[in-house]
Ligand binder design. Sequence first.
Ligand code: ADP
Length: 485
Amino acid sequence: MKISIKIKFSLFLAVLLLLVVFFLSVLVLQGIRSNQQNQYEQYLSQQAKLANTYFIQRILSEENKVPQTFLSVKGQEFAEQLEVISGLSLVLYNSQGERVSKKVTDTESDNIKKTLDYALNNKTAYLTEGNSLYYLAPLRIGNEQVGVIQFYYSLSGHQGFYNNIRQLFIYIGAGLFILSFFLGYIYYNSFATGIIKLGQTVDRIREGHYETTVLKRGDEIGKLSQGIHTMSGQISRTLQEMEAEQNKLKLAVDKLSLLDQQQKQFIGNVTHEFKTPLTSIKAYLDLLEMYPDDEQLLQTAITNMKSETGRLYEMVDKVLQLSALEKYDFELKFEKLAVKQAVELVLNSLKGRMDKFGISLDTELGEAYMEGDKDSLTIVLINLLDNAIKYNKANGSILVKTYVASHRVHIEISDTGIGIPEDLIHKVFEPFYTVDKNRARENGGAGLGLSLARKHAESMGGTVELLNTGNEGTSFRISFPAVMN
Ligand code: ADP
């Protein structure tokens, strides 16, 4: 059974007080006992002296002055007179130890006899038996002992007083024990409640609940409660920080594995895409080896090998750019660029290509300036405009807008082309992804243009996003932080 701390403390206090009362009572009762002894010793010695004086007076007044004769003849009478004078019962003995007066009490016990023998040697002695005290003193004339006088003294009065005091101490002890237990219980209750509450708080912390309340007390328990509160807060914060670090680590690991996956996919794609034109070139070379005189085959082989080589060259170029951007963020030369002029320059260079496909161009070019690398911006523009031409419809059109809004330079390129299926919108920015492999191949594309454009834009703090797409065509928007003129 678990005894509560309140009971333990209260019991301790009560037992302590009981012990104090016990030792105090022992001391007081001892004092009373020795004081009573002094009192009756003095009293009886005085009575013995008086008896002796009276004995001498009686002998002197007698005709026969022999003490032994007086005692044997008039011992009884003399004893009665002494009893009246002293108020005590007594017995007289002669020098041989024979009783010369009436027996009033039991004087025959062995102990009294031994005491009498002692008193017959001219010494005072007394004996206590229960509440009775026998005081034996020599009867003398001058220095000569002629007998012994034995007083009987009742100790019941002294013993009654002693018993009353002892009883009083027992009552005081019991009362103090009960009172101190209850007072202690009430006093320690407030401490124990504090300690119990602290214990509950610690249990809750162990279960993972770190919000604690502080006990408002000015003592050590209050301090301890404040300490536990602070410690619990620190544990909670440390755990949160650890959890945040763990999450960060997990994100980093996830990102790394995604990058690893992307890299593997990229390498797989590169291998595949490079193999296709090389296979085609190898096939034509094999055919030419077999039929060296076939003029028509030679012409077809030259045309096809030229286009495949061109595609291969463009692919190698873009792949190199992509991986360079990935690794070194490239050696970009940042300068203030006039966006309107840069767009016009690229549009001019693509004029011939637009004419070839019968595509008309509309522009709404506002003045805009940005901080960036001239070549990178050109690459972004060329790729997006090239797509607007490649994936346009016959006699379609392209609209190019430049403007500044919310401190950003925006370049919008909209075409009236074939559009991109809704469910593939998020994929077109992945390297090597093409919606229609054949059409892309016909146009010399390998699915690298948009990813390259986005990477270049991002290296200058910009973005490339698909605004909308559908049967009516597609719109892309390029944005960069604007620089005020
Ligand atoms: P590619 O070199 O094949 O053009 P891109 O990365 O530039 O590669 O484009 C990826 C794919 O997105 C293209 O194959 C094409 O299917 C689609 N696409 C890109 N731009 C347009 C556009 N303006 N209109 C329709 N489809 C587009």
